[in-house]
Each structure stands twice: as C-alpha cells, then as structure tokens.
Design a protein around this ligand. Structure first.
Ligand code: UDP
Length: 455
C-alpha cells in the first residue's frame, strides 16, 4: 500500500439532510490523512468552517453554482452546469482526485468518473433499507393496478421482509416517473448509474441494517459496500451547533433542559424541510397541551421562495399556556445536542434518515410520523424491526387526532415502555460500532485503505 496522501473529491447535494452527513464523513476522512476537495454552494461554505479550522492544509473548498430552485428539474440543472465544469477542472488539475465520492442524487458523476478515468463511490445519506428500495424500484419498475388510488398496494417480493406498501408510501419521485420523459429518465438513469458505480458508502451500521446491506451487495454484484455510520460526531453534547447555527441561545436551552427530570422531555421536529399544514399543527399543539408532558417543539416555516400554500402556525395563547414545560424553537434547533441531553427520552420525528440515526445514537425512543421519500421504510425499520418506535402518524396528508397524540406522548415519557429499554440497548450497539475495532470503524478503514490502493 502506498503511503502518500490520496486526494479525493467529495461532492455533496446541497440540502441539509445530504450535506450534513457528507461533511461528517469528510471529518472522518481528514483525520485518516486524506486530502479532500469538497464542492459547496456559497451558502453552505460556512458549514466547512469547523473543519477548515483544524485541517486548513488538507481541506480544499471548491465553490460551484447551485441555482436556488425547488423544481423537479433541479438535479438536471446541476448536471448541466457541473458536468462541463468538473470535467475541465479534472483535466487542468496538476494532482487530480483519485476518486469521486458523490451524493446518490448525483448518479451522473459515474459517467464523469468514467470519462476522467477514476472510480466513483456513491454516498448514501439514506439508510440501506431506503437505498436498496430505490435500487429495486428503478431497476424493476414495479407498478400498482390503479395509481390514482393512493391506497393501492404494491408488493415487493424480492426485497428483504417482502414489504407490501400502500402506493402513497412509495417514494414520490418514483410514483411520478413518466417513462420516455427526459427529466424522469434522467432520474432513473441516475439510480442505475449508482448501481453501476465502483463502490458505495452507507451512513449506517451492520447492527442496524445487516440484511439490507447484504441485499445491496447482491444488487450491485460486489462487496465494495461500506457501512461506516453513524458518521455524526460522538462528542457533540452541550452547546454545540451541528449543520447550522442554532436559532435559540444554546446555553439557555441547555439550562432549561438541565432543570427537567431525566428522560422526561419529548423533542418534536420534522427535519429541515417538512412544513405542517394548519390542521396538523393545530392537532399537534393540542396534543402537546393535553398530554401535560415537557417538550421542545421545533417549528419550520416555508422558505420565501417556496410556494407558501397552507402552513401551520402555533395558535395564539399556546406558548403562554404551556409556559415552563414547553420550549418552542422557530427556525433551526441544535438537534443533536438536544437529543443527547439526558432529560430527553422521546423523539417525535418524521423519520428522515439523519434524524433516525441521531435518535438511535442518543438512545431515545421514537414516535414516528413519516411524511414522504423513504421515511415510511425508516419508520417500519424503527417500529417493526428495531422495536424502538411507536407509530403516531403516517403521511403528509394525515392528521393524527390530538387525544391519541396526548395519550401516546404521556405513555412515552412513562419509563416503563419496552421501546425505552430497547433504545438504550441500540444506543450501546451503534456506539460500539463506531469505536476503534467496531464494525463501522473497520468498514471505514477498509474504505480508506482501498483509496490508498487507488493511488
Ligand atoms: N436539523 C437540525 N436542526 C433543525 C432541523 C434539522 O439540526 O432544526 C438537522 C438534523 O439534525 C438532521 C438534518 O438536519 O441532521 C435533517 O436530516 P433528516 O434526514 O433527518 O431529514 P430531512 O431534513 O432531510 O428531511
């Protein structure tokens, strides 16, 4: 094995749920001696600051233009802009990267990598269950008889545990696929390019998803599939931001949590993108109020550029009525620090994969309300297989009733639920995976060694 430092290109998709874990992976690779170029938007550049302060000589930001749009054509646009730019960049670089590690939304980088003669590694910010489901859908194109009926059942017999999913729980991007339409064919080809790529890095661990990791190996036909997660820092507690500056003073929030009993607080958040409708928000806050539990509620509002439509705001007087036991964050919450505080025992979540992992790593039980994408599968994993979750809602159109919410919330903070105990066991298992000699640590070393061999 060569000992010179390999230079690699990391290419994250610019949304929070994608770039946060890829930058966490960047930190792990930098500490293993690699030289890393990371392509970012100017908006995301500050996210590199903590890494740059420690690894200024081996971390190189590469600014790329990412037009700010939420349209379905977004990924095609990025490809049209970035492919020629990166091709030229590779050709003119005196010491170009030996590999491209890029988000699974950038499947086309497989073609770019082939053109410049380096391998491409897929980074999956989703779990193995989500990624292998995407592979199955895009490869086999299974259909339901009546796609206009959102409850039509899609059975997927060649998938571990043979799921049968109502059509509305199948990832939207796949449901909207129009054969022959260039933009949709682009999405499908991107996924097929992911399957054809040289390797895959998964932000998961064998103790969570062995069966799905094995399934991916079968789908791609090789073993260069490394489960290196959770990649989030193990030391993050107290007053630390992760993925963006907190919208509330962290010391104030932590002081508030310090005064709460161990395991008594429910943290409620639906990730970086989901915006509740007004009816959903009304039922949620009514449920929180009736439950009598202590809680932190993180509320997101639509971005200016998104079509606002119907979105929920906290009803008048609510904050006063729950004063002392409810802490409301409008904007960005320091989620990882909140979850890791001993006072927090329960997480009401939309089951985005990062939130799922962050909850598991913090040892909290989960109340699941998946909204879209592969979140229904993540919820299934949490509830049926890992047994650390209880279902409270299902889908972006669902309005769970406040009385039901209240009783589940109250029951959740009662320490006797078996999911609480199981969550502690799972916490120990994932932390065991990332420490020296654990399965994720070994996979990460194997991945890094393979990069040294590429040199
Ligand atoms: N996040 C955060 N504060 C917030 C909202 C989100 O720190 O107020 C982080 C969260 O910890 C996670 C990521 O943003 O790392 C969201 O990713 P996830 O996969 O859970 O959901 P998405 O936002 O992609 O739907």
């Amino acid at each position: 094995m060569s000992t010179a430092k390999p230079h690699i290109l990391l290419y994250p998709f610019p949304d929070s749920g994608h770039i946060i874990p890829l930058l966490d992976l960047t930190r792990l690779l930098l500490t293993r001696g690699l030289t890393v170029t990371v392509s970012v938007t100017s908006e995301n550049l500050p996210l590199l600051d903590p890494l740059l302060s420690r690894h200024a000589s081996s971390l190189i930001p590469l600014l790329l233009p990412f037009p700010d749009t939420q349209s379905n054509r977004r990924r095609t646009l990025y490809r049209d802009l970035h492919y020629p730019f990166l091709l030229q960049w590779f050709k003119s670089h005196t010491s170009p990267p030996v590999v491209i590690v890029s988000d699974f939304f950038f499947g086309w980088t497989h073609q770019l990598a082939c053109q410049v003669g380096v391998p491409r590694v897929v980074f999956s910010p989703s779990g193995a269950i989500g990624l292998s489901m995407f592979f199955t859908l895009w490869k086999d194109l299974p259909k339901v008889d009546d796609p206009s009926d959102v409850n039509s059942l899609l059975s997927i017999p060649n998938f571990p545990n043979c799921p049968v999913l109502p059509w509305y729980q199948v990832p939207q991007l796949y449901r909207m696929f129009k054969e022959g339409d260039p933009d949709w064919e682009f999405q499908r080809n991107g996924s097929l390019d992911n399957i054809a790529s040289w390797g895959i890095v998964l932000n998961t661990s064998t103790c969570l998803e062995q069966v799905y990791i094995d399934h991916i190996k079968k789908q791609v036909g090789h073993d260069r599939v490394w489960a290196v997660g959770p990649v989030l820092p193990t030391h993050l507690t107290g007053h630390t931001d992760h993925g963006g500056p907190s919208s509330v003073p962290c010391h104030e929030l932590i002081t508030w949590l310090d005064a709460c009993k161990e395991g008594s607080v429910v943290y409620v958040s639906f990730g970086s993108r989901v915006v509740l409708t007004s009816k959903q928000m009304d039922e949620l806050v009514a449920g929180l109020e009736k439950s009598g539990v202590h809680f932190i509620l993180c509320v997101r509002q639509p971005k200016e550029k998104q079509v606002a439509g119907d979105y929920g705001e906290i009803s008048k007087g609510f904050e006063d009525r729950v004063a002392g036991r409810g802490y409301i964050i409008k904007g960005w919450a320091p989620q990882v620090s909140i979850l890791r505080h001993p006072a927090v025992g329960t997480f009401l979540t939309h089951c985005g994969w990062n939130s799922t992992l962050e909850g598991i790593a913090a040892g909290v039980m989960m109340l699941t309300w998946p909204m879209g994408a592969e979140q229904f599968l993540n919820a299934k994993l949490l509830v049926e297989q890992l047994r650390v979750g209880i279902r409270v809602g299902e889908g972006s159109q669902n309005i769970p009733e406040s009385a039901m919410l209240a009783s589940l919330l109250a029951e959740a903070v009662d320490g006797s639920r078996p999911e609480r105990l199981r969550a502690k066991e799972l916490h120990d298992a994932v932390l065991g995976a990332v420490v020296k000699g654990g399965s994720s640590d070994k996979h990460l070393n194997e991945f890094v060694n393979s990069l040294y061999e590429l040199k």
